[in-house]
Design a protein around this ligand. Sequence first.
Ligand SMILES: NC(=O)C1=CN([C@@H]2O[C@H](COP(=O)(O)OP(=O)(O)OC[C@H]3O[C@@H](n4cnc5c(N)ncnc54)[C@H](OP(=O)(O)O)[C@@H]3O)[C@@H](O)[C@H]2O)C=CC1
Ligand SMILES: CCCCCCCCCCCCCCCC(=O)OCC(=O)COP(=O)(O)O
Length: 336
Amino acid sequence: MAAEPARKAVQKGRLMDLTSTVIIPLLFGSLGLFSLFRLLQWMRMRAYLRGAVVVVTGATSGLGKDIHFSLFLASSKECAKAFHAAGSRLVLCGRDSEKLQDLAQELSAMTDHRKNIHKPHTVVFDLLDTKTILNAAEEILKYLGHVDILINNAGISYRGTIIDTGLDVDKKVMETNYFGPVALTKALLPSMIKRRQGHIVAISSVQGKISIPFRSAYAASKHATQAFFDCLRAEVEQYDIDVTVISPGYIQTNLSLNAVTADGSRYGVMDKNTAEGRTAAEVAQVVLYAVGQKKKEVLVAGLKPSLAVYLRNLFPRLFFNLMATRAKKERKTKDS
Ligand SMILES: NC(=O)C1=CN([C@@H]2O[C@H](COP(=O)(O)OP(=O)(O)OC[C@H]3O[C@@H](n4cnc5c(N)ncnc54)[C@H](OP(=O)(O)O)[C@@H]3O)[C@@H](O)[C@H]2O)C=CC1
Ligand SMILES: CCCCCCCCCCCCCCCC(=O)OCC(=O)COP(=O)(O)O
């Protein structure tokens, strides 16, 4: 009778021994190892970005603007300081020279000159004009010698029905989101291959993986982007060049406001989905982490869009039905 409590006490003692000699040290050990791993990852990222020549297109607005506003830290201003303290050499690209100059000045004013001697360089070009793209690439290589990281971020969206949309609009979206970045990438690639070093980033979209109604030109341009940069990744691996494709869901930027419509005019509406999307600073963090970690691709989306991507691939008929229902519903809302 007395043997039972004694046996339980022995068992409890053994369990406590096991906890103190194996489980707790194992837990703390793994935690320590994990922290060490994260610290090493962070140090590697900093080393990778320090002194790196980073070209960002579409730096005058939204995500592009915030990419250099945020490095490792949450608040944009502190992140800018951190980025400059990390010592990256920025090349800010856009169409508006004045906006670029203002941004470069703002960033320079934040610079800790003991740590960063690099004033951001600005380059003006229009993705709709191949000649200006080629000149810009030449200018960048002339002044900075090389490019370590190219972030193809600039882009426009579109709203309209296929039947009402002029081919010039399809071409404009395709030129901006696909041929422009392709031209810039091709212009900078030989120098990267020569150095056997470089990193090319494409900001695509969830719509590079699924097509939703009334976005034909935009979704097509992003699907093309995904395909091109997937091919590029395979082709340039032998030269130690990295390619990262980032596919975000909705972000709070001017994208919907700036979207082009069926007749070529500006849409000019801040969509609810855009306004309720992730902040640009938040997505910029993901971009920077993905670049620092040399990720091959990243989907930055909530549950619904992520499920939609799987649905498109695993149960396409169901996905197509859902999209057809969505198109009917949207058309009804518009008509009423
Ligand atoms: N916002 C969102 O919900 C999402 C955005 N994305 C992608 O993120 C990227 C950035 O867009 P986002 O910041 O949201 O939108 P914004 O409209 O705020 O910014 C777009 C940027 O692209 C530049 N740009 C547009 N057309 C041209 C051109 N012809 N030549 C040169 N630059 C041009 C704009 O310059 P300018 O200031 O001169 O107009 C601006 O700097 C895009 O590729 C977009 O597709 C992906 C998923 C979701
Ligand atoms: C069994 C559960 C099924 C759940 C799946 C239901 C399918 C729901 C469809 C969801 C569609 C999501 C679309 C997301 C689009 C997106 O995030 O696009 C990002 C952009 O590029 C935004 O550009 P835009 O110009 O369209 O604002």
